[in-house]
Design a protein around this ligand. Structure first.
Ligand SMILES: Cc1cc2nc3c(=O)[nH]c(=O)nc-3n(C[C@H](O)[C@H](O)[C@H](O)COP(=O)(O)O)c2cc1C
Length: 189
């Protein structure tokens, strides 16, 4: 069990937002649509602040702007989904990222979404159906922790990536071998 942390509010000035966001744009991320229901209809927003937190029990987090309509819907319904996008899904990524626009997903969802209670994007690489476990407000965002009730990895294709404020996909990995290695894997589990 890790020791409990005591948080100390520092007196140092935070770095300017622009410097912070410029630095963060150097990190290449996968892109997901966090799905929920608003007025019973599928809704989704584009997100890169998504992470696996625990494998057993399976738990993930997403960090959403607290003012986003999706954040309010997840807090109200205690349910959300995470669809991991392929490189072929830039259109829905753009659809889900326009602040203030209606981000209903009927045109993009898989109506045969099986047992998932959250909307599932058709053609996604994978989908996690999550029950809200807890939510923590941190400055202007809320971090939602979700217990994964169903995980499916049915999709095929290359992932969609976001880097330097633009969408990309993976190059063939053959050139990324560590020096002297035959494989581009650093470990084998
Ligand atoms: C590639 C990309 C990643 C994004 N990641 C996040 C994120 O992790 N968290 C977040 O709150 N907003 C993120 N956004 C912005 C939201 O998609 C956008 O502000 C949101 O959909 C607006 O919702 P609203 O109209 O309900 O305010 C991202 C946008 C893009 C283009």
């Amino acid at each position: 069990m890790a020791p409990e942390l005591t948080l100390v509010h520092g007196r140092e000035r935070a770095t300017p937002v622009r410097e912070f966001t410029n630095a963060m744009s150097a990190l290449a991320s996968g892109v997901v649509i966090v799905t929920c229901r608003i007025d019973g209809r599928p809704w989704g927003m584009t997100v890169t602040s998504f992470a696996s937190v625990s494998a057993d029990p399976p738990t993930v987090l997403v960090s959403l702007g607290s003012d986003a309509l999706g954040a309010a819907a997840i807090a109200a319904t205690h349910r959300f989904g995470v669809s991991i996008l392929t490189e072929a899904q830039v259109t829905v990524a753009c659809h889900g990222s326009i602040t203030g626009a209606a981000k209903y997903l009927e045109a993009f969802t898989d109506s045969s979404s099986g047992r998932s209670r959250s909307p599932v994007l058709a053609g996604a690489l994978a989908h996690l159906d999550c029950e809200l476990q807890s939510a923590v407000r941190v400055e202007d965002h809320t971090v939602f922790f979700g217990r994964v009730r169903e995980a499916r990895a049915a999709g095929e294709g290359m992932p969609l990536l976001y880097h330097r404020r633009a969408y990309h996909t993976l190059a063939e990995p053959a050139s990324l071998r560590p020096t002297g290695e035959r494989s581009n894997r650093c470990y084998t589990n």
